[in-house]
Ligand binder design. Structure first.
Ligand code: PLP
Length: 438
């Protein structure tokens, strides 16, 4: 590896530890600083080049330093950085028109935020206002963000920054400060959730339930797919009770799963959701999120619900350029083709290694679940070792999962076949090194 600025990372990490939270330590023993990127590659402050299989936690949707996005940002930044939601914005209108059309939701309205957490908070506000109830159904092992209300619907207490349980979350709504009796579908994992659980919890909830919120494929939960037909079956029950379905597409949106533009479309018979939330990839790294809902639901937002930075001209310009590139170059189709090849390759690698329990996912959202070799026991240690070894091989990946034992692979959607091959070879070496060392 190159060492132009040897020691730069060590010196910066020493300063980092004095002023920033320590969570970086849960990823790498020696974190690195990324200084620039191009296409599917990034470079660090010591001059090393990496193939990026995690794209800034799924934010780099198309490619690093995409010239179209860079030009849109620079052009708009040179004219007007911010105008606030008090004024018209041609960029925000055009982007909302495109997203409303793509969403599949009839008579759709779009509300822009600056993050996925804020998008989900807004979705909860809409659902609870529309249904006049603060009861929300969430799934075990789900992750929806880090605000107090998002923590309240996080289905794994390990991902909450405090020891707050969902039942202790407080909600302020309609001037009434109330304790949110949030109901969880079951203590089982997402994959075990079934319609009987839903009927059960509705029986226990009593009164009105506002909405069910769910990720079509669980992201932080380890790229876990629901059983076929689960959401279609849920939807029938929800419709019978008038309960809204919120689909959190923060990770699954924009064609990442290859087969469909949105994760909800994989659940064909379920039809469109009542509310859809998005973020991450839309800005290709610029901070943008949002909510799509039918007009009658969206109109529950009051004039005081404006977001100061939501849909700013610069982020909207970036998102328009990014979305245009994605569609013009059929990157969802590329995710399907290249993701399919990559999955086959990882399946073959995993079949020969005891440390790999399962390779799963769709498109360019692939999870590799690791275990103590020869057992079914989840191994977070193995995931940590593979992450470090992959980086040594010039490959960046993510990790997650209920037990921290799932490698998460989510490269920019423009990944080429050659790069998929190169990444798979690096991952194979890293997996073998971890298996030997365990
Ligand atoms: N929803 C899902 C499914 C996520 O994966 C995340 C973040 O990882 C969020 C919401 C929160 O988004 P943000 O970090 O932009 O607030």
């Amino acid at each position: 590896m190159a060492t132009e600025t040897a020691g730069a990372h060590e010196a910066l990490y020493a300063r980092h530890r004095q002023v920033l939270p320590e969570w970086l330590a849960t990823y790498y023993t020696q974190p690195i600083e990324l200084t620039h990127g191009e296409g599917r590659h990034v470079w660090d402050a010591e001059g090393n080049r990496y193939l990026d299989f995690f794209g800034g936690i799924l934010t780099t949707m198309t490619a690093h330093a995409l010239p179209e996005v860079a030009a849109a940002v620079a052009g708009q930044a040179g004219r007007l950085l911010h105008s606030s939601t008090l004024y018209l914005s041609s960029q925000a209108v055009e982007l909302a028109e495109r997203i409303a059309r793509l969403s599949g939701i009839p008579d759709a309205r779009v509300f822009f935020t600056t993050s996925g957490t804020e998008a989900n908070d807004t979705a909860l506000l809409l659902a609870t206002s529309y249904r006049r109830s603060n009861q929300i159904l969430a799934l075990r092992n789900s992750y929806h963000g880090r605000s107090f209300s998002a923590i309240g619907i996080t289905g794994n207490s390990a991902w909450s920054p405090t020891s707050l349980s969902p039942l202790q979350t407080l909600y302020v709504h309609g001037g009434v400060r109330s304790r949110g009796p949030y109901a969880h579908l079951s203590d089982a994992q997402f994959i075990a959730a079934c319609v009987a659980d839903l009927e059960d919890v509705l029986g226990q909830a009593g009164g009105t339930v506002a909405a069910l919120i769910a990720e079509p494929v669980q992201g932080v939960g380890g790229f876990t797919l629901p059983p076929d037909g689960l959401f279609a079956a849920f939807k029938q029950v929800l419709d019978r009770h008038g309960i809204l379905w919120i689909t959190d597409e923060v990770q699954t949106g924009w064609g990442r799963t290859g087969e469909h533009f949105w994760g909800w479309q994989a659940h064909g018979k379920a039809g469109p959701p009542d509310i859809l939330t998005f973020a991450k990839g839309i800005g290709n790294g610029m901070s943008m999120g949002g909510v799509v809902a039918r007009a009658e639901v969206m109109n529950c937002l009051t004039a005081n619900s404006i977001s100061t930075f939501g849909g700013s001209p610069v982020t909207a310009a970036a998102a328009l350029a990014n979305l245009g590139y994605l569609i013009d170059h059929d990157l969802p189709g590329n995710a399907r083709r290249v993701g399919g090849l990559l999955k086959s390759r990882l399946d073959a690698i995993g079949a020969g290694l005891g440390v790999v329990r399962e390779v799963r996912g769709r498109g360019l959202m692939l999870g590799v679940e690791l275990v103590v070799p020869g057992t079914d026991q989840p191994s977070a240690q193995a995931a940590g070792m593979v992450l470090e070894a992959a980086r040594e091989q010039g490959l960046l990946i993510g990790k997650g999962g209920r037990a921290g034992n799932v490698l998460r692979i989510a490269p920019p959607l423009s990944l080429t076949v050659a790069e998929a091959e190169e990444g798979a070879a690096a991952l194979e070496s890293a997996l073998k090194a971890a298996q030997t060392a365990l």
